[in-house]
Write a new protein. Sequence first.
Length: 399
Amino acid sequence: MTVDSSAASQPRRSAAGKAGTAGSKTGTKRTTRTTTQKSTDPELVQLLTPEGKRVKNAEYDAYVAGITPDDLRGLYRDMVLTRRFDAEATALQRQGELGLWASLLGQEAAQIGSGRATREDDYVFPTYREHGVAWCRGVDPTNLLGMFRGVNHGGWDPNSNNFHLYTIVIGSQTLHATGYAMGVAKDGADSAVIAYFGDGASSQGDVAESFTFAAVYNAPVVFFCQNNQWAISEPTEKQTRVPLYQRAQGFGFPGVRVDGNDVLACLAVTKWALERARSGEGPTLVEAYTYRMGAHTTSDDPTKYRADEEREAWEAKDPILRLRRYLEASNHADEGFFAELEAESEALGRRVREAVRAMPDPDNFAMFEHVYADGHALVDEERAQFAAYQASFADVEGV
């Protein structure tokens, strides 16, 4: 892997705007869409252009004013290592080592920028693609793979890193996050909660309910929507007539659209939103306008529903290449740094592969545990039946 792999203004909050233009063809041909987003679009908060040039922003510059060259290199390192881990997990699934994998390819800036904006005492509620946020919260990447290998139910203690287990049910974690945030407020703590979800989840009733409760109770929660343009094979314009961030206006709290491929902008906007939450100003919806470079999961084939030209247009906005250009132009990183990081990324890939293959098989009877808090007669009966079934194989082997 090369670390510059090409897999990849002033804001206007909750204001009316045009949704992305799109065209589609039905039938046996793939859907063709136009998903252009101009750097000068006033709806989009951007601090780094795709060419790696710094853009001034009167409102959000203050939130990255203290960032140092070391910090910038750290953000770059986070994105590179997260992408390397993601690539290794995809390869492991293709080789039969994982049952499924949901790649974050192309969404590294949205996750690393927002993840690094959180404080240790903040609480994070992810979906199942927030591998970069998990990295920022100190969750060992190998722990993310146990569930996808089928050997555990999550792999980490949520309270150790204030990072909840992955949530497969689409959108339900936003309700959990809102309830948790309401509790934080009642406890008088000054921490905040952040809930991650995608553009597809924004169509779920759970998300609308969480918006209602968060607004009414002024909950200290940030709703972070990674709009990667596709809810599996459903494009965003089939889900909404307005940009997603504008939905917040109807619930009575601010919404902001940020360039999701700009790690600095994501860091700044999320810091602002979290500070609002901690100071008692209530919820915020952040829409990170990004792109899913790969498949929805490894069971998906995106070539069946989207055009190659669309992906190629977004490859030019690659978040890692964007920051590398800025680092090089600013003389904040040299070839030695990039070479050392590439070696580190390869070492991470080897560690992940070895750890996955060394994972022990789970106890066959573990699936009967924790079904009910106090046990249940039917579960006991099913456990006994399964034990008899397992024993029948031993009897055959002994013949």
